[in-house]
Write a protein that binds this ligand. Structure first.
Ligand SMILES: Cc1ncc(COP(=O)(O)O)c(C=O)c1O
Ligand SMILES: N[C@@H](CCOP(=O)(O)O)C(=O)O
Length: 476
């Protein structure tokens, strides 16, 4: 498989190169030259495989410059119940992403947050840890990973990379905008290859810094800068797998449509659903849910994409989705404009010069229904009411991000297909909001009982590209 940049002005590369490259040299994001199509009879066969084998079958189509046997070994050893032990019902942990029906056959939760950091980011990042080590060892290279987090990517990346000899992680997090549990997960890590930098700003500021540093070609080359955010295509590829796993658990028959509801911020999670759909998975529709930071909902309702400034980005009770500039949206728009890199560049130029683009009235907007998106937003009051309702009626505790998707999915009025909500984090990460909703704190795994009491290690920095570069240069 060849990979090209959405902006069309960077070299075409193979998978192992883009794994280490992260952001493309022209500022775009790497995408595969095509999405492999999986016919119905092949879907039937895949539906009978355990998660690890399913992952290998799908990933080998994208990661095709890694020897198939080696990839099988890396993938199968990643997707085990030992790495993803925290299933709602321990007997179902072997499924890796078990489905919990709230209404049998009609409305369910796909558990994606049973890994070490209790968020769906572990689904891809545990594999990325293995892939980085494999490729770096074969090339005898090292990598300095620069990442940005709104709360969950950071800990998942750090847990996956800690102690790995050839990798250092520099993770920017928005100071004061994550839950105490999320902060403690990252800042309590003491491994010398982990560097936590609390930036005075929002997630978008942090992500802008990551992109600015990555676009300084000389700095990137000198310090061998790589990415763990969904900038990195390997993240998206690994996330595609759980749509297949969720589909096979929920469809009455292979071939029948299923809708997926996805709590969204940086657009990586739902982009993976879009790709699964392009590959032939019978996804009826993709229900995109935002919190009060509703830039993406605005686009799907009006055709206007208007990223907002940090000063207009609210700190909400689903903090990991406090994002107003969705990085991966660029990959979707690339498909929407018929993979025309020049058209894509014109739209991103408009973002630079006028702060928005408007697709209403264009042929692109007319094509949008083909892609099956439905969208909606949720507020603090909605998420509290939903958490309370799901607990009272079903005895199931959900986290605030999942609650946003449940809220929006319930309003979407989909009656004719099962609806599967992606459960992106465990309630334990957001104790304060859960207490407000149901009156008690959610249980957590015994091994994390003292998490917030552990000593923390973090460096505070202003949201300034040069200061981040200086820090990386001094510690890389
Ligand atoms: C718990 C949780 N839910 C949902 C999201 C949104 O996912 P995405 O940024 O891929 O749209 C995030 C952050 O990425 C998250 O951490
Ligand atoms: N919500 C994320 C933000 C980063 O998204 P990513 O998927 O691009 O890594 C987080 O929790 O950090």
């Amino acid at each position: 498989m060849e990979y090209l940049s959405t902006r069309g002005q960077a070299p075409v590369l193979k998978f192992s190169d883009i794994l280490l490259e992260g952001l493309a040299a022209d500022g775009g994001l790497y995408v595969p030259a095509h999405y492999p199509h999986i016919p119905l009879e092949e879907l039937e066969r895949l539906s009978r495989l355990p998660y690890g084998e399913l992952a290998w079958e799908l990933l080998r189509r994208y990661l095709d410059d890694i020897a198939e046997d080696d990839l099988a070994r890396l993938v199968v050893r990643t997707y085990t119940a030992t790495r993803y032990p925290f299933a709602r019902h321990p007997a179902r942990a072997a499924r890796i992403t078990p489905l919990t029906w709230l209404e049998e056959g009609r409305f369910g939760l796909l558990e994606l947050s049973n890994g070490p950091t209790l968020a769906f980011k572990d689904m891809a990042l545990q594999l990325l840890g293995e892939l980085f080590e494999y490729v770096l060892e074969r090339r005898d290279e090292r990598l300095n990973i620069l990442g940005a987090t709104s709360g969950d990517t950071g800990s998942a990346a750090e847990y996956a990379m800690r102690g790995r000899e050839r990798v250092q992680v520099f993770m920017l997090s928005p100071a004061g905008r994550m839950s105490p549990f999320q902060r403690a997960q990252m800042y309590s890590l003491q491994e010398p290859n982990i560097h936590n930098l609390a930036v005075e700003g929002t997630f978008d500021d942090a992500q802008d810094i990551v992109k600015a540093v990555s676009q300084d070609a000389e700095f990137k080359r000198r310090h061998r800068i790589g990415a763990v955010n969904s900038i990195n295509w390997a993240r998206i590829a690994a996330q595609v797998v759980y749509y297949f796993a969720g589909y096979f658990q929920s469809a009455e028959r292979v071939g029948e449509p299923v809708a997926f509801a996805v709590p969204s911020g940086n657009f990586g999670n739902i982009l993976a659903g879009h790709i699964a759909r392009q590959m032939g998975l019978p996804i009826g529709c993709l229900i995109l849910a935002t919190n009060e930071n509703d830039v993406l909902d605005e686009f799907f309702r009006t055709g206007v994409y208007r990223p907002r400034a940090s000063s207009e980005t609210f700190a909400t009770s689903s903090p990991s989705m406090d994002i107003s500039k969705a990085s991966n949206f660029e990959r979707f728009v690339f498909d929407l404009v018929g993979r025309d890199a020049e058209a894509l560049r014109r739209l991103w130029q408009a973002l630079e010069t006028q702060g928005y683009f408007d697709l209403k009235g264009t042929p692109y907007w007319a094509r949008l229904p083909e892609f099956g998106f439905v969208s909606g937003r949720s507020t603090h009051a909605d998420r509290l009411a939903t958490i309370r309702d799901v607990w009272t009626r079903h005895g199931v505790l959900i986290d605030p991000h999942t609650a946003d998707a449940v809220t929006v999915a319930r309003c979407a009025g989909i009656e004719d297909t099962p609806v599967v909500v992606l459960e992106t984090a465990q309630a334990a990460k957001f104790a304060e909001t859960l207490r407000e909703a149901v009156g008690f704190e959610p249980p957590r795994p015994a091994e994390l009982a003292d998490l917030e009491q552990r000593p923390q290690r973090v460096t505070r920095l202003p949201a300034d590209v040069q200061q981040v570069k200086d820090y990386v240069a001094a510690h890389a």
